[in-house]
Design a protein around this ligand. Structure first.
Ligand SMILES: Cc1cc2nc3c(=O)[nH]c(=O)nc-3n(C[C@H](O)[C@H](O)[C@H](O)COP(=O)(O)O)c2cc1C
Length: 282
């Protein structure tokens, strides 16, 4: 079992019981890690979902650990498909904030497209839904400059939890819908409070990779995009670009999937962020 455990990198959970059979390392090509997370069939991870372009490799070993696929980007074994390295790139993590009240709206779809690419590159991602949460804005009390404990004094909302995820991540995606040509309220609260706490503590966001992702029906996305990028700039972060500004066009949840250029932009963004993170890790 120890031997098996050693094959798994980036996964905290070990099989609860000894499998009855010898381990079988099986490589499967999965077309979407999103769909991998939905696979509940045992014994081996399988998916037929080719709904999104692109694909990725993953490796399933014991059935009992197939469920761990939900939380991982790439399982690195001693038998890995072409293109995957033996090094655990899944040690790197990108946190993506969906600041739309729609849990699976356009902002989510755009983030998902970027995260799918990151995962294919072996980088763990987490999409955190923050839209629709009651949050306080910064109250300019400056207590974070006194306490310097990496936290905001306001503790009756989850912003401290979110900023802790930012400080722990290698890369950060902040996704917002366009509201009156700017970001959503939750996005702004996160920017102001995390940005201030980062500064108060000597630059907790310094040299992390960052990218803004914006959903828009028609106009104002560039302004929202700029608002998010202002956080990255003043925080000494490295911003990641794509083949267009990171914007997707759509009105109703899911409409952005019809914005082919928007989706390709997100996919390229994900690949570029993965490239950058690997360079930064070298
Ligand atoms: C309060 C509010 C303000 C909006 N303001 C704009 C706007 O300024 N420009 C625009 O093109 N769309 C605007 N929209 C539309 C959303 O940006 C658009 O539908 C977006 O795709 C929603 O993303 P979501 O599905 O992630 O929530 C607004 C929507 C709401 C609810």
């Amino acid at each position: 079992m120890a031997c098996l455990a050693g094959l798994w990198k980036g996964i905290e959970t070990e099989p609860e019981s000894e499998p009855e059979t010898e381990p079988v390392i099986q490589c499967v090509r999965i077309h979407s890690l999103r769909s991998a997370g939905e696979v509940t069939e045992l014994p081996f991870l399988k998916t037929e979902d080719a709904s999104r372009s692109g694909s990725s490799w993953a490796v399933a070993a014991y059935p009992v650990i197939a469920s761990a696929m939900r939380r991982m980007a790439v399982l690195v074994t001693d038998k890995y498909p072409p293109g995957l390295s033996a090094r655990s790139e899944s040690a790197m993590k990108v946190v993506a904030f969906n600041a739309s009240p729609h849990k699976k709206g356009n902002t989510y779809h755009l983030l998902r497209a970027a995260c799918d690419e990151l995962e294919q590159e072996g980088i763990e991602t987490e999409i955190v839904h923050i839209g629709g949460t009651r949050v306080n804005g910064c109250i300019a009390c400056n207590r974070c400059f006194e306490t310097r404990d990496k936290r905001c004094i306001l503790d009756d909302d989850p912003v401290n939890e979110w900023m802790a995820k930012m400080f722990a991540a290698d890369g950060i995606l902040i996704g917002s819908p366009t509201y009156f040509a700017d970001v959503s309220t939750e996005t702004k609260a996160l920017i102001d409070r995390a940005g201030y706490v980062s500064m108060a503590n000597g630059g907790l966001l310094r040299r992390k990779a960052g990218a803004a992702v914006v959903a828009v029906r028609r106009a104002g996305a560039i302004h929202a995009y700029d608002t998010i990028n202002h956080l990255f700039g003043i925080s000494e972060m490295v911003t990641v670009g794509s083949t267009y500004w990171n914007i997707g066009v759509g009105l109703a949840p899911g409409d952005v999937d019809s914005d082919e250029e928007g989706i390709v932009t997100m996919e390229n963004l994900g690949r570029n962020m993965a490239w950058l993170l690997k360079k930064l890790q070298e």
